[in-house]
Design a protein around this ligand. Sequence first.
Ligand SMILES: [Zn+2]
Length: 422
Amino acid sequence: MNSEMAQSQPFIEGRGRDFCRGCNGNKLFSALDLGSLPIANELLASQASEIKKFPLHLRVCPECGLGQVADVVTPEKIFRDYRYLSSISTTFLQHASSYVDQRVQEGMFASGGWVLEIASNDAYLLKNFLKYDIRVLGVEPAENIAEISRKLGVNTISEFFSSQLAGEILQKEGYPKLIIANNVMAHVPDLVDFMKGLSILCGPETQITIENPSLANILLGLQFDTIYHEHFSYLSAHAVAKLGNLNGLDLLKVEELPIHGGSNRYWLSKMKNEKASNRQVEKIIECEVSDGLFNPRNWEAYSDKVTKILSDFLIWLRNTKKNNGRIYGYGAAAKTSTILNSINLDLNLLSAIADASLEKQTRFMPPNGIRIISPQELFDQKPTDVVIFPWNIKVEIANYIRENASNEIRLWCLIPEMHEVF
Ligand SMILES: [Zn+2]
């Protein structure tokens, strides 16, 4: 890493804990305290490996509506060798290709133009533009993943996005027609600089779309397992509107999407001289307020519900085990780590976790080193019960297990409460 990049990713003590990453306000209240947990995507090399734990505490800023956890880990630590490949899920792939088809069919590129995607991962999305002969550029800090993307013919810069990088891209390439930032804002420690970067690259005809799981779904859908250290910020329409405004961008539209168990797609463009009132965006923000998103009392009740989900899960594990259940997990995802570490899962309660990723199969899930096995190994071991942790793609996983293993296996999911998946 060069020194310029170090400057573009400042690490500021107290951000997300004492003051807001979006508006710098200092009235953050506690929304959910999960205690001290390991970094979610950090898997153990052996069962005996020690792992460091860091506080994981969601706080909400009542002034701008941003949810956040304190900076305890640097993006350098997390994202330089990242193991999450977007292309592993067919649901995400379909979502990405239909997004691209829609933009092209709407005529967005009728008069030319190019596309920038920030956190382009393995080009799961950008590769879809190639068949339309639309020029693309990806920004992906994980070198190992950027390389996969280049092999597919997608031009990729392996750096963190920042206002400085935005200036360099603008100078070389001009304004893009479309900027895509999916599931990345949550990972950005310096949100203000990131938004400034978007603003620099936003020309008069540029459209920006940002997708991110919404804070509303964490509260209303009890999706507490999407809280982890890698996710510094949890966006609401209110927070995006304010952060955009502070940086010369207007929030034009908010689309509510089913992906990731409920994401918002925010449409932004350069702020016009006269700001028209926008009823669609206002309505969404009114809903956020009436749902209690910015109210500490609603989060107190929420915290109690989360405690109950976790204790019910432990009781279920013990009872099923007592009845000679062979219990396995599916999906060694970050979500899984939040749950298993929150209950400090005992090794004898869960035999192993299956995961399709070859990289994960040689590793162990903290806190106590649960084995990660291949799906084939799972089928061979004839489980009685499988807990599907990535609830957002539970149907896809359930179908896959059913096609490959006995129909007798009971499939479970514990968000928003323990239920069988059919
Ligand atoms: Zn704020």
